[in-house]
Design a protein around this ligand. Structure first.
Ligand SMILES: [Zn+2]
Length: 167
């Protein structure tokens, strides 16, 4: 009658074979037949093995997290890696619907590329139906105003287009 049990290795990499116990609604260990309290996550989660996926959406998401955890560090990294030509650093703060943000991000990265710069990271924050995106970038010295001007024009235009289409 245990033929229906489908065991698997614990998701958290502790090496224990576990299976879902439908009566207790939690993971049990295949061999000990006890509730699996995973040592790998017990330290920071009182309810091991069950992590509701919905809470993740409320937290900020970081892209390129390793390289640029925050703007200060981004600036530092730039100073070290780009000593040949002088670069201007800045960021743009995008706040609109996901569809438009995508367009804005694509356009912004095109402008930056055309100004011999590069995007070095971005942070997004999602709350309810809004999305905020901060894009950190660097461009050749003197090009920063050019980027801002072009992007402002584009952002204004796109927002108007989107509004007139939706309403
Ligand atoms: Zn485990």
């Amino acid at each position: 009658m245990f033929s229906e049990i489908r065991s698997k290795n614990c998701t958290y990499g502790c090496g224990v074979e576990i299976y879902w116990n439908t009566e207790e609604n939690t993971y049990y260990e295949l061999y000990s037949k006890k509730k699996h309290i995973c040592p790998n996550i017990a330290t920071y989660n009182k309810e091991p093995a069950i992590i509701p996926p919905t809470t993740a959406a409320a937290k900020p998401t970081y892209y390129n997290n390793k390289e640029f955890p925050n703007s200060n560090q981004a600036t530092t990294t730039t100073t070290i890696t780009r000593i040949k030509s002088k670069m201007d650093n800045s960021f743009e703060f995008l706040q609109t619907s996901p569809d438009i943000i995508k367009k804005q991000y694509e356009f912004l990265s095109d402008i930056i590329r055309d100004c011999n710069g590069k995007v070095h990271g971005s942070q997004s924050h999602i709350s309810n139906n809004s999305i905020y995106l901060i894009v950190y970038y660097e461009v050749l010295e003197g090009q920063r105003e050019e980027v801002k001007k072009k992007f402002d024009n584009f952002a204004k235009y796109k927002n108007e287009m989107a509004c007139s289409r939706i309403h």
